[in-house]
Design a protein around this ligand. Structure first.
Ligand SMILES: Nc1ncnc2c1ncn2[C@@H]1O[C@H](COP(=O)(O)OP(=O)(O)O)[C@@H](O)[C@H]1O
Ligand SMILES: O=C(CO)[C@@H](O)[C@@H](O)COP(=O)(O)O
Length: 544
C-alpha cells in the first residue's frame, strides 16, 4: 500500500508548528516551529489593560514558514503523498474582515491599528460587554448562554466584536464581517475567504459565538440589536451553518499549492481550536478529561450526546455537539493562566535584573529560573500551614467565568523565599484545576481518566506530580510532543478520506502515553486541607 501523508498545523499563543505525518502509521516525517515576529516584540499589546492583539501577517508568515519548513527535508514520495492539511488555532481569537474576507489589518489604512487585528483569546478588554451580554441573555425569552455554562466571557467572539465596534469608528465603517482565526487560516489555504461562504467551525461557533441548532444558529437579530444597534445586520453577514472537523473546507488553492510545493488536490479540513484537536491527538475517549497545559489550560471532555446532551452543565465554556468528534458532545473548561502564572513570577524576579544588570544577565537568569525554582520547591515539605495562593492572575475562566477577578497570595512572613512562593503558585494552578474537575463531577459528568498534553505537561514533572496529588487522580501524559498538531493531522486524514472516523484515525496514528503521575497519599491528604483554604481565600477575594 502506498502511504499517504497529512499535515497538521497548530497555531499556539507564541508560536505555530506544523507536522507532516504518515496517515497510516502516525510517524512524523517532518516538523517546523515558527515564532510570531511582531508578537515577540510585544507589538499591539498592553498587558496592563489586558489588550493582546496578533497581526495577521504573523499568522501568514507562520503558515508558510512552518509548512515549507516541515516539508524541507522530506523525500519526493512524501511530498507527493500529502493528501490533507488541517489547522487548529487558539480561540476565541476573532478579527474583523472586509467583504472579501481580508482582515482589516492587512489593508494599508489599518496596518498598525490593533482593532483591525485578531483579538487573542487572553485579551480581556471586553469585560463590560461580556457583562452586558450576560445581563440581557439572562432576562431574554431564550437564555442564549445556556449551552456555554450560563456565563458569557470577555474572551469570546461577541464581547470582543461589540467592544471593538464601539471604540473604533474606522473598524465600524469597514468591518463587513468577523472571522475566528481557525476559520480564516483554513479559508486562506483554499483561496475562498468570502465570509458568507467559507465553512465556519462548529467548535468555534458553538463554544464562543452562542451558535446552537436550537437557536437556528446565532442569537436572533432582536437580541443582538437590543444589545447594541451597532450589531444590526451582523447576523446575516456571519453564518447560519457550521461544520465539524471531519469535513473538508475545500482544496488547496493554486497560489498556496505553488507556495508550499504541494498539489491542488490536497484537501484542507475545517478548522477548530487547539484544545479540541489536541484532545483528538491525545486519543480522547468518552469521559476522559484531556488537559492542554501550557500558558493557560483548556480542558476537554467528550461524552455521548444521548447520555449528557440533555443536561446543562453550569459554569463551563460550553457543551457543543461535534466540537471534538462528530456525534459526541464536546465539553470545554479551563484556566486563563497556568504556565502564565509561573511566567509572571519569573518576570517579577528578572525585571529588576534586566534593568540593573542588563539583558544578558536577565536572559541567562530567565532560562534557568523556572527549572531552578521547581527543583527547590520540590524539596519543600507540604504542610497544612503553607502559603496559599489564587491562580486568577488573568481572571477566572472556569468554573464560572469572571475575568475581573485578581490573584492573591496569603500567609507570607519574613522567612518566605522565592521557592516557597513558587510552590504556592504551582499549587494554586493545581487547585484551580481541581475546582474545574469538582464542577464536572457535581454536575453529573463522571471523569474516568485524566490525560495531559502541552508544554507544561511535557516539561515539568514537579508541576505534574503536584497536580496528580491535588486532583488525587493518576495523570497520563501523551507521548506526542506536538499533540495539537498531531490531532490536526488526524483531522486532516479524516477530512481527506484516509480514515472514516476520528476514532479510526486515532487508532492508526496515535502515539500513546509516555509518563504517568500517581498521587502520593500523604501529600494528597494535606492538599485536601489546603484546597479548602484555597476555596476560602477565593470566596474572600471574590466577595470583598
Ligand atoms: N520548566 C517549566 N516548568 C513549568 N512551566 C514551564 C516550564 N517551562 C515553561 N513553562 C511554562 O510553559 C508555558 C508555555 O507552554 P506551551 O505549551 O509551551 O505554550 P503555549 O501555551 O503557547 O502553547 C509558559 O507559560 C511557561 O511559563
Ligand atoms: O481557550 C482555548 C481554546 O478554547 C485556547 O485556545 C487557549 O486557552 C490558548 O491555549 P494555549 O495556552 O496558548 O495553548
Amino acid at each position: 500500500m502506498t502511504n499517504s501523508y497529512v499535515i497538521g498545523v497548530d497555531f499556539g499563543t507564541d508560536s505555530v508548528r506544523a507536522l507532516v505525518v504518515n496517515a497510516q502509521t502516525g510517524e512524523t516525517a517532518g516538523t517546523h516551529v515558527h515564532e510570531y515576529a511582531r508578537w515577540k516584540q510585544g507589538l499591539y499589546c498592553n498587558p496592563a489593560t489586558s489588550q493582546f492583539r496578533q497581526h495577521p501577517l504573523d499568522y501568514l508568515e507562520g503558515l508558510e514558514a512552518t509548512i515549507t519548513g516541515a516539508l524541507a527535508n522530506v523525500s519526493e514520495d512524501v511530498r507527493k503523498g500529502v493528501v490533507g492539511i488541517s489547522i487548529d488555532t487558539t480561540g476565541s481569537t476573532p478579527g474583523p474582515v472586509d467583504e472579501t474576507g481580508l482582515p482589516l489589518a492587512l489593508r494599508p489604512d489599518f496596518a498598525e491599528n490593533p482593532n483591525g487585528m485578531f483579538i487573542l483569546w487572553k485579551d480581556h478588554t471586553a469585560n463590560a460587554e461580556a457583562e452586558e451580554i450576560n445581563n440581557l441573555a439572562h432576562h431574554w425569552d431564550t437564555d442564549y448562554t445556556k449551552y456555554v455554562g450560563g456565563i458569557y466571557s470577555s474572551e469570546w467572539f461577541w464581547a470582543k466584536m461589540l467592544r471593538t465596534l464601539r471604540v473604533d469608528e474606522a473598524v465600524r465603517e469597514h468591518a463587513f464581517s468577523w472571522v475566528e482565526h481557525c476559520d480564516w487560516m483554513s479559508a486562506v489555504l483554499t483561496g475562498n475567504t468570502n465570509p458568507l461562504t467559507l465553512r465556519r467551525s462548529r467548535c468555534a461557533a458553538g463554544h464562543k459565538a452562542l451558535w446552537h441548532s436550537e437557536f437556528d444558529g446565532l442569537p436572533s437579530t432582536e437580541f443582538l440589536t437590543k444589545l447594541d444597534p451597532l450589531l444590526g445586520g451582523m447576523r446575516e453577514r456571519l453564518f447560519t451553518d457550521t461544520f465539524t472537523s471531519d469535513l473538508p473546507m475545500g482544496k488547496l488553492s493554486a497560489e498556496w499549492a505553488d507556495k508550499l510545493g504541494l498539489s491542488t488536490n490536497v484537501v484542507v479540513g475545517v478548522g477548530a481550536f487547539d484544545a479540541h484537536m489536541g484532545a483528538i491527538g491525545a486519543e480522547i475517549e468518552p469521559y476522559a478529561f484531556v488537559r492542554i497545559i501550557g500558558t493557560s489550560t483548556c480542558d476537554i471532555l467528550m461524552a455521548p450526546n444521548e447520555e449528557i446532551g440533555h443536561r446543562l452543565i453550569r459554569g463551563i465554556c460550553g457543551q457543543v455537539d461535534g466540537s471534538v468528534a462528530p456525534g459526541m458532545l464536546g465539553l470545554e473548561a479551563g484556566q486563563s493562566a497556568f504556565g502564565d502564572v509561573y511566567a509572571w513570577f519569573a518576570r517579577l524576579i528578572t525585571g529588576p535584573v534586566r534593568e540593573l544588570l542588563g539583558t544578558e544577565a536577565a536572559d541567562a537568569l530567565s532560562k534557568q529560573l523556572i527549572p531552578h525554582l521547581s527543583a527547590q520547591a520540590a524539596k519543600l515539605p507540604v504542610t497544612e500551614n503553607d502559603i496559599v495562593a489564587l491562580d486568577w492572575i488573568n481572571g477566572r475562566r472556569t468554573p464560572d467565568a469572571n475575568h475581573t477577578l485578581k490573584a492573591a497570595i496569603s500567609g507570607l512572613n519574613l522567612g518566605t523565599d522565592a521557592p516557597a512562593v513558587f510552590k504556592a503558585l504551582v499549587e494554586a494552578t493545581a487547585f484551580g484545576s481541581r475546582s474545574i474537575m469538582e464542577r464536572f463531577i457535581e454536575e453529573g459528568v463522571p471523569i474516568k481518566k485524566v490525560i495531559a498534553i502541552g508544554g507544561v505537561a511535557k516539561k515539568s514533572p514537579f508541576v505534574m506530580q503536584t497536580l496528580a496529588d491535588v486532583l488525587n487522580k493518576p495523570i497520563q501524559v501523551a507521548s506526542a510532543d506536538q499533540a495539537c498538531a498531531l490531532g490536526a493531522a488526524m483531522c486532516a486524514a479524516v477530512a481527506a478520506g484516509v480514515h472514516p472516523t476520528m476514532e479510526a484515525a486515532q487508532k492508526a496514528m496515535g502515539s500513546g502515553f509516555d509518563a504517568e503521575y500517581h498521587p502520593r497519599a500523604e501529600q494528597a491528604a494535606i492538599y485536601e486541607t489546603l484546597y479548602q483554604k484555597y476555596l476560602k481565600l477565593g470566596e474572600f477575594v471574590e466577595n470583598k
